[in-house]
Each structure stands twice: as structure tokens, then as C-alpha cells.
Design a protein around this ligand. Structure first.
Ligand SMILES: Nc1ncnc2c1ncn2[C@@H]1O[C@H](COP(=O)(O)OP(=O)(O)O)[C@@H](O)[C@H]1O
Ligand SMILES: [Mg+2]
Length: 256
């Protein structure tokens, strides 16, 4: 079976005061269909950079390597094409869109993806029915649908909204970059349960985190450890336990 996501020898840099600064230094990673994987790693190792490069943010220069998603060259696709192909990305800090109604925003996004998949668009009634069912499942109040996207949302509400978007968009691959700090236990549980509820042979997820707690809830199929811009080790839950006990020192030495 072909891999859902295959990252090979990915190098990427960013312009830092006129000089290219290399952040990703040869990332190799494969995610098969139907699996949930996690990336752990110390602050500054390049976890968020990897998610931005996969999203297609312009400020990063991919200098070598390749990324294929469902057999297609991901790096050659526009950000909207990536979404239409079934890729969903949630970032460390979700954007706030003052004046943009949350429900309308979500309906527009869902219908853009449905159109790209050759599916019928949801009309207002059909959308409302689907979104109400989803918010109920997430214990979200309908009130959040009427507000501007993420404006004045608490950390936990932003997380719920992110999981709502993911649930409604039904991606083939969800990449979730979790904040390095400040996420409370409830917010972690919302994310973990959102991913668990979507688990199926047609859904994969890559959760970027350094919270042992999140991994306990999530029970990923595989854990990858990132250090200094590369994946230096991949394995099962025992890796998370090792990090919990020893920290990242041995992994950093491997990456030096
Ligand atoms: N715009 C930028 N200019 C210069 N350096 C950057 C920029 N963005 C990120 N970096 C650096 O790249 C490294 C990786 O950052 P990041 O991907 O956010 O790490 P992580 O998410 O693993 O904490 C850090 O050393 C960070 O300082
Ligand atoms: Mg980060």
C-alpha cells in the first residue's frame, strides 16, 4: 500500500536578517493510512517549522528533499489544494478573524473541500444539522458558532473550535501542532478525544507535542523524536516513557 505521507530528506531554511538559517536538516518521516503518529522534541528543534512547511507557508525555503501526500508532490501544491486534497493543519496559535462569523467561515471551508471532492455542497439547513451534531459531541455551546472566528475565545474554546473544524472537514490527514505550554489538561483531552473520535482506516493524524499527558490519552501508533531539525528516533510508547524519565539529552547527542 502506498504511504499517505512521505517526507524524505527535507531541508528548509528561513531568512534571518538577510542570511538563510537552516531549521529542518533532513527530516524523514512516513505515515501510513489509518495511523496516528506523534512527534516529540525539545523547544526549538523545528516541530512548528515542519508543520508550517507542510502547510505551504511562503517564508520557508525548501532547499532539498521531497514530500508526497497520497502520491502527489505536496510541495508543488497551493495551500488551498492541500486542504482540498484532504490535509488539515492546526497551528500553535489559531488565527482570529474579527467580523467573520464562525459558522459561515466553517460552512465556506467545508463546501470548498466538498466541491473539490466532487461532493454536493451543504445548504444552510444541511450544514446547521451537521454542525449542531458536531458541537453537541464536543460539548460546545451554539453560541460559539455565532461569534467571530476565535475572537475572545479562551484557550480551551480555541481548541474545541479547532477540533470542530477538523471534525466537519473530515480530513484524510490532520496535523496538529500543540502549544508548548499553557494548555490545560481539559484542552489536551479535547484534542485527544477529537482525534480518537475520527480514528478510521481513512483518517491519519500527526500530533506534534511534548506533553506526555496528551500521548497517554491519544495512544499513538508510533512516536518520532525530533532533535536539531531531524527525526532521530522512531518507536512505540516506550520512547515517550524514556523521554519522561531521561529528558532529551541522549537524543540531542545523537543529533549533534
Ligand atoms: N522567523 C524566524 N527567524 C529566525 N529563526 C527562526 C524563525 N522562526 C523560527 N526560527 C528558529 O527555528 C528554530 C525552530 O523553531 P520551531 O520550529 O518553532 O521549533 P519548535 O516548534 O520545535 O519549538 C528555533 O531555533 C527558532 O528560533
Ligand atoms: Mg512549536
Amino acid at each position: 500500500m502506498t504511504d499517505l505521507l512521505k517526507i524524505s530528506g527535507l531541508h528548509a531554511s528561513i531568512d534571518a536578517d538577510g542570511k538563510p538559517k537552516e531549521i529542518l536538516r533532513g527530516v524523514d518521516l512516513v505515515i501510513p493510512p489509518g495511523e496516528v503518529h506523534a512527534i516529540m522534541g525539545p523547544n526549538g528543534c523545528g516541530k512548528s517549522t515542519l508543520s508550517y512547511v507542510l502547510a505551504g507557508r511562503e517564508e520557508y525555503d525548501v532547499t532539498s528533499g521531497s514530500v508526497t501526500f497520497m502520491g502527489r508532490d505536496l510541495l508543488d501544491m497551493e495551500p488551498e489544494e492541500r486542504a482540498a486534497a484532504g490535509l488539515f493543519l492546526a497551528f500553535q496559535s489559531p488565527v482570529e478573524l474579527p467580523g467573520v462569523n464562525n459558522a459561515n467561515f466553517l460552512r465556506t471551508a467545508v463546501n470548498a473541500v466538498r466541491r473539490a471532492r466532487g461532493e454536493a455542497e451543504l445548504d444552510a439547513v444541511g450544514f446547521l444539522k451537521a454542525v449542531r451534531a458536531a458541537t453537541k459531541n464536543l460539548s460546545m455551546s451554539d453560541d460559539m458558532l455565532k461569534r467571530s472566528v476565535n475572537v475572545g475565545f479562551s484557550g480551551g474554546e480555541k481548541k474545541r473550535n479547532e477540533v470542530l473544524q477538523m471534525t466537519m472537514l473530515q480530513p484524510t490527514l490532520a496535523i496538529l501542532d500543540e502549544t508548548d505550554s499553557g494548555l490545560d489538561v481539559d484542552a489536551l483531552r479535547i484534542v485527544a478525544e477529537g482525534v480518537k473520535n475520527l480514528r478510521s482506516p481513512k483518517f491519519s493524524a500527526l500530533v506534534i507535542t511534548h506533553h506526555q499527558r496528551l500521548l497517554d490519552y491519544l495512544g499513538p501508533d508510533r512516536i518520532h523524536v525530533m532533535a536539531r531539525g531531524r527525526i532521530v528516533r522512531s518507536g512505540g510508547p516506550e520512547l515517550a516513557k524514556q523521554i519522561d524519565a531521561e529528558g532529551y539529552a541522549s537524543f540531542l547527542a545523537e543529533a549533534a
